[in-house]
Design a protein around this ligand. Sequence first.
Ligand SMILES: Cc1cc2nc3c(=O)[nH]c(=O)nc-3n(C[C@H](O)[C@H](O)[C@H](O)COP(=O)(O)OP(=O)(O)OC[C@H]3O[C@@H](n4cnc5c(N)ncnc54)[C@H](O)[C@@H]3O)c2cc1C
Length: 292
Amino acid sequence: MFNFKSYARAGSVQEAIQLLGQNPEAHLIAGGTDMLVKLHKGKAQFDHLVDIHDIAELNYITQNDANDIIIGPLTSFTQVAESELICKRIPVLSQAVLTIGGPQVRNMATIGGNLCNGVPSADSATPLIALNAAVTIEGRDGSRQMPLESFFLGPSQVALEQDEILTAITITRDNYTDYFGHFHKYAMREAMDISTIGCSAVCKINDGTLQDLRLAFGVAAPVPIRCKGTEDKVRGRKISPKLLTDIANNVPSDVRPRTSWRAAKDFRLQIITTLAHRVVEQAILSAGGTIQ
Ligand SMILES: Cc1cc2nc3c(=O)[nH]c(=O)nc-3n(C[C@H](O)[C@H](O)[C@H](O)COP(=O)(O)OP(=O)(O)OC[C@H]3O[C@@H](n4cnc5c(N)ncnc54)[C@H](O)[C@@H]3O)c2cc1C
């Protein structure tokens, strides 16, 4: 089946860090839905595995005293989709994770693994980036926190050392209060398919004005990306059909799609402008806004 040279199951974060530190070739496995597929297809060779799947302290969805939402990396997509807190406070995330794989995959796949795998098609990435999420990383020298947006360095590259573990995903209260969002995934099939383009928008509106907008795309650049140029241009404007057209016309200047076997660059650009219009429109409507 798989010819590992060694396999260790860690019972705590500290033990996992220690096991990784003991062997520079060791690699973490969580739900295994990316790793085992890569191994099966011979796309990667990991001889030494450290399994963190049973570390209970990494599987949680909670709020701290400041009402920030904190998600453990071992939380499965089924748990995220069924969380009352997430469905109530940040439904754009549960909307996105319900498009991932099928029920069996969602039971095994973890949100931490989705981010750490580092692919631009990670469907949990754009809603979290649109919510200004931060990640906590632990290693032998202690822990550090960084914006999720900066965590992605390139295709399959993330800001993690070999013996480091992502231990928390945090969305602070001010980044989700009074914000409403929408997610759309364009893929060739309705289910069991990887994104050709993923799009998330969250907005805050007030008295017919777009007070704030955060717009993020997956597979529109080598990493999941925010459209900050467009956001800055439309923040504070009156909500109108022209506003949506201007957003759609402006996003090409924020993205860098490429041609791959899934879609040509021009086709992706077409989808990006169409989704920018549609997804922002849906986010405004879910905020109780009208577009006239
Ligand atoms: C049939 C199928 C359909 C799929 N469909 C989709 C889809 O529609 N959308 C989508 O986005 N993905 C999809 N995936 C991909 C996959 O399910 C997800 O990326 C999943 O979230 C990976 O999580 P995991 O726990 O299984 O990761 P693993 O395979 O265990 O690990 C993935 C990578 O992340 C690292 N890692 C995991 N956890 C941590 C941590 N806490 N700290 C540091 N590093 C860590 C591992 O070392 C490894 O490099 C699909 C996969 C399959 C098999």
